[in-house]
Write a protein that binds this ligand. Structure first.
Ligand code: HEC
Ligand code: HEC
Length: 212
């Protein structure tokens, strides 16, 4: 009887272990599948290699982007600190616990810039990027975004970014990212965006969009 009872307990305990193990595997598989599924979802709009899309609805490039920056933007969209109806829905549809894993997918991607080389006044753009416009209090972009425009941490990569996205972003900064005025990182860019003319914005967008 005692032996029978013991082996029954062992059998039950064994069955529990199997169930728990299966659960663990299932949970991990679901989580992996979840992140991969979400990345496929991102690719529908941002391109297979995260290269972005230049068209009626411009999609920014995510390829090569700093993961800390990507993660911070997903949080900002979800919390309404960055205003965009499409991306707010996307970010709110993804568990914040997955943001890091999703963001980690993009830095290693390295497709060539979408529009090939620089169009527009890339010479003026290069000057603004490297030296700023001292007469209008525009700082050198390279001081923060790096001499190669690759960014670091929460300072985004600009190299290879779709120029039409850059123009729109720089022209609408206060409307789309103005809610970060409470000391958020977005505030750093406010004077820069206000002090550039449309022609200067187009020039710097063309230049950084051509960087690799
Ligand atoms: C339905 C199309 C669509 C899908 C799906 C989508 N995005 Fe976006 N995404 C956009 C658009 C449009 C923008 C530009 C929004 C703006 O200007 O603020 C954008 C912007 C972004 C930005 C800001 C880029 C930058 O340089 O600041 C990030 C980060 C981003 N998306 C990440 C993702 C991730 C991660 C996914 C998948 C979980 C995803 N997106 C899925 C359309 C989409
Ligand atoms: C003092 C540091 C600093 C300088 C100088 C600076 N930036 Fe930025 N920039 C930032 C930070 C930080 C962010 C991220 C803001 C956020 O998270 O909303 C940013 C964001 C941007 C973005 C948004 C990128 C995206 O993918 O949406 C663009 C475009 C940009 N900067 C262009 C420029 C240009 C062009 C110049 C030079 C004229 C410049 N920046 C100078 C710090 C700087």
């Amino acid at each position: 009887m005692a032996v029978q009872f013991q082996s029954a307990v062992k059998a039950i305990a064994g069955a529990c272990l199997v169930v728990m193990a299966n659960h663990g595997v299932a949970a991990i598989a679901a989580e992996r599948g979840g992140v991969e599924d979400k990345i496929e979802y991102c690719q529908i709009c941002h391109g297979q290699a995260g290269q972005g899309y230049h068209g009626y609805l411009t999609m920014p490039r995510l390829a090569g982007q700093q993961s800390a920056y990507l993660e911070s933007q997903l949080r900002d969209y979800a919390d309404g600190r960055r205003v965009n109806a499409v991306m707010s829905n996307v970010a709110r549809g993804v568990s914040p616990s997955m943001y890091g894993a999703i963001a980690a997918h993009f830095p290693a991607l390295n497709p060539p810039p979408l529009d090939g080389g620089a169009g527009g006044n890339a010479a003026l753009g290069r000057t603004i990027f490297a030296n700023g416009l001292p007469e209008s209090n525009v700082p050198a972009c390279s001081a923060c975004h790096g001499p190669d425009g690759h960014g670091t941490g929460q300072i985004p990569r600009l190299a290879g970014q779709v120029p039409s996205y850059l123009v729109r972003t720089l022209s609408n900064w206060s409307q789309e990212r103005g809610r970060a005025s409470a000391g958020g990182l977005s505030a750093i860019m406010v004077p820069t965006t206000h002090n550039m003319t449309a022609a200067q914005i187009a020039a710097v967008a063309a230049y950084v969009g051509s960087l690799r």
